[in-house]
Ligand binder design. Structure first.
Ligand SMILES: [Zn+2]
Length: 489
């Protein structure tokens, strides 16, 4: 369906003009008035429409309740691609599917049992709560049994390197909830996360036969938190699992008293790469349709739960930006491009494929927004932009004042995994600055389900992205790209 031009001057716009909401420019005039920026009244209407719609939460319910977990290679991810593409077509967006080859890793049996430890009464063993990390190798079907080398960090691993060969390394690095409580959840995730991302590869390089990693999370409900681990080039994947925090504590206590022996069964499989797609839905710009502002989230999720907060909430909040613009019949200068990324969790291939497809026309990628920090309420913007751009964004934060989303946190770092390749090429990157204090309580666990999402909080993310995307798409001149800005200095 064509969405530009012909119906912009229709009854809806006239009615809004009659109400004095659109200001004095008659419909269709904006094309000639190249220097105007989005006015505050329009931004306020976008905010209010975002806060009062329930499209986003209803779509999230359909994604999580009807489809469920959406790991790359699964039929559920295919279903999610189809469901979201259909929803975007219904809104009148121009939808295309961008083919992407994705890794295909499938969980198998998983069981851990402490079969010997200091002071063990005869006949007693201890069951562990664990789950394989994405990319984990497999034990023999009957499992393997080995001694546990329990360490807190990489320094300790290095000091005990001579003991590692033939044994199981257990990393016990604690998620620092105090950081998360103080608005630094991402830092806490990065600090503990390095042991999940890179610990198994380091231990394997020292000859370990398997690795356990303390779960990265802030709440202790004896839930293991899965997530991807990364092997070195040419390295054979060994079995690697996340342990529930309580079980990691147990192993550390027992290991401090003497040798601990673990029997581990993990039988995941890595299959040939599978076919998937990014869902791209364009809300066509009225003046410069070739220039785009991306709003996005990722469609895939881990397999233990329904991925409601990671990243169902983000992808549906981003999709709802188009619904809000449809409701208000607003077509900014540039195209607003929704992208539902595939394969964020265990490969990042969706973001990479998109980047490769636009590498020759980076100037037309004027900004990229991604929501992937959970379901918390928006406090403002996380922005990878030049210092001078801060002032340009003031009207956005002014418009978001009534919902309390007024903070602007400027960063040189990654604001979204899927848009990071664009960011690195200089494209201004944004994310809602989300209250993530409790995001890691359920992150990548079996408890990441719809009940964890507050629809009002979700709508603050819709409002943040809708106001920002519209404003950016309406700017007479796009924000400066970062690489270009750096070259001028
Ligand atoms: Zn995510």
């Amino acid at each position: 369906m064509k969405t530009s031009g012909e119906h912009r001057g229709g009854w809806a716009a006239l009615t809004l003009c009659a109400l004095g909401i659109l200001g004095s420019a008659p419909p269709g005039k904006a094309a000639e008035s190249g220097a105007e920026v989005a006015d505050g009244a329009t931004l306020a209407r976008i905010r209010d429409a975002a806060m009062s719609q329930d499209w986003a939460f209803r779509r999230l319910g359909e994604l999580t309740d009807r489809i469920g977990p959406r790991l790359s290679g699964s039929p559920q991810l295919d279903a999610a691609v189809a469901q979201v593409a259909a929803a975007m077509r219904t809104l009148g967006a121009e939808v295309s599917l961008q083919p992407v080859k994705v890794p295909h890793w499938v969980r198998g049996a998983e069981q851990g049992e402490l079969v010997d430890f200091p002071g063990r009464p005869a006949g007693v063993t201890q069951q562990l709560h664990l789950t394989a990390l994405g990319g984990s190798g497999a034990t023999p079907a009957a499992g393997l049994t080995a001694r546990v080398i329990a360490v807190h960090d990489f320094e300790e691993l290095q000091a005990r390197a001579a003991e590692v060969r033939g044994n199981i390394v257990a990393f016990d690095s604690r998620f620092d909830q105090r950081l998360a409580d103080n608005g630094r959840a991402g830092d806490a995730y990065g600090q503990a996360g390095q042991y999940r991302f890179g610990g198994p590869a380091r231990a394997a390089a020292l000859g370990a036969v398997a690795v356990l990693v303390r779960s990265i999370g802030g709440a202790d409900y004896r839930l293991p938190h899965t997530g991807a681990t990364v092997w070195r080039d040419g390295q054979t994947a060994i079995p690697a699992a996340a342990l529930a925090a309580e079980d990691s504590d147990l192993i550390m206590r027992l290991a401090a008293a003497g040798p601990v022996v673990l029997k581990l069964v993990l039988t995941p499989r890595t299959l040939p790469d599978a076919d998937s797609s990014n869902v791209i839905a364009d809300w066509r710009g009225r003046e410069r349709p070739d220039e785009v502002v991306i709003v996005s989230g990722h469609l895939d999720s881990w397999d233990l739960a329904t991925g409601a907060t990671d990243d169902g909430v983000g992808v549906m909040a981003a999709a709802a930006v188009i619904e809000v613009l449809r409701q208000l019949d607003l077509h900014p200068r540039r195209t607003i491009r929704f992208v539902g990324w595939t394969n964020e969790e265990n490969g990042g291939r969706g973001g990479q494929a998109y980047f490769a497809s636009v590498a020759g026309s980076m100037a037309r990628q004027t900004a990229a927004i991604e929501s992937d920090e959970g379901a918390g309420r928006s406090l403002g913007l996380n922005a990878a932009i030049t210092a001078e751009s801060e002032q340009t964004l003031k009207p956005v934060l002014d418009a978001l004042r009534t919902i309390g989303a007024t903070a602007l946190s400027r960063t040189q770092g990654e604001v979204g995994a899927d848009i990071f390749p664009l960011q690195e090429a200089g494209v201004p990157g944004f994310a809602p600055l989300v209250d993530a204090r409790h995001y890691f309580d359920y992150h990548h666990t079996a408890a990441d389900t719809l009940d964890k999402v507050n629809p009002v909080d979700m709508n603050t993310q819709v409002a943040t992205m809708a106001v920002l995307a519209y404003y950016l798409a309406e700017l007479p001149t796009p924000l400066p790209q970062l690489a270009a800005a750096a070259r001028r200095r």
